[in-house]
Design a protein around this ligand. Sequence first.
Ligand code: ADP
Ligand code: MG
Length: 351
Amino acid sequence: MRIALIFGGRSPEHAVSIVSASSIARALDRDRYEVIPMAIDRQGCWATAGVSAAVLDAAVSRPDEVPTFEGIHAVDPRLLDGSVDLAFPALHGAYGEDGTIQGLFEMLDLPYVGCGVAASAICIDKGLTKRLLSAAGLPTARWVEIGRYDWNAGRDTSRVRCQSLGFPVFVKPARLGSSVGISQAATGPELEAAIDLAFSFDDRVIVEERIDGREIEVAVLGNETAEASVPGEVVPGHEFYDFADKYLDDACTLLAPAPLEEEATTRARKLAMDVYRTLGCAGMARVDLFFERSGDRFLVNEVNTIPGFTPISMYPRLWGLSGLEYPALLDRLIELARARHEAQTALIGGG
Ligand SMILES: Nc1ncnc2c1ncn2[C@@H]1O[C@H](COP(=O)(O)OP(=O)(O)O)[C@@H](O)[C@H]1O
Ligand SMILES: [Mg+2]
């Protein structure tokens, strides 16, 4: 089977995506799969076949150095001419994890790894995610969503709405990842500055009560019948799990498995599966939770539909603990992609 492995892209997680892709390329079983690398540059242009292959080779042989390159195509022509059987987007964040490229695969009738268009678009959007979760009775931190129009029209109404949350709060752009544009506010002026900052990244901003909790992550895998891994835990090295913590230094610690009582473990896994089903996920997702220090509740923080896939990333590590090693995990994801595509084709064919 010919697999388009797609990496790089326009989001701030461009470099992480290349590392994820190089790990995937190394682990894919070459007796079963032919890997067709497709690199997207930071502007969104797709590289030639030769450049894509060279970028991936360089990343595989020297994982510490992120290769720079430039693309020339609006889209890789090999996606359009029947040269590939399945797409594996190893892209994180905007234009990769948000339903846009999934839409392209749908138009091309190409099976692809991971969530579909709607679930991807929902999960990248913290406001939509929270609305759907609370409609289903699933717990998340209390929040207020502010649109740019309302904020510009008069800040007072938004300020009053935020007051109900108390201080401190977390302020985030609705649709960004990797902690970009996120800050904490403990006073009115800080809140205003934090909201302005978040608005420089998105048209909608989420203001959320701060949860004093441990950060627990659960890996979910499957289509209609999904399974949850044992939970892991992120112990941030900074005040919160910010961009530097994630990508620039090694200050944070990943605990896999998370040191939790059995009963809490069971609850975390069940909640993660409920979240997965509620949001209509397929293939895979990493569900990030807070576990309150004072109380005993789990709250859903966010869902990542293309989680990090480096060898030290939480998603593959958690499956490794559950007995599914990295290459077998990739086999399973590819199988799930094909199964979903077949089921969809049958539906359309029968309709
Ligand atoms: N409501 C909150 N209470 C406490 N910490 C938070 C809250 N929201 C976010 N954080 C901290 O900020 C980090 C990044 O926020 P998150 O919502 O996960 O955004 P991203 O999509 O950028 O990862 C979290 O991992 C956590 O450390
Ligand atoms: Mg996060």
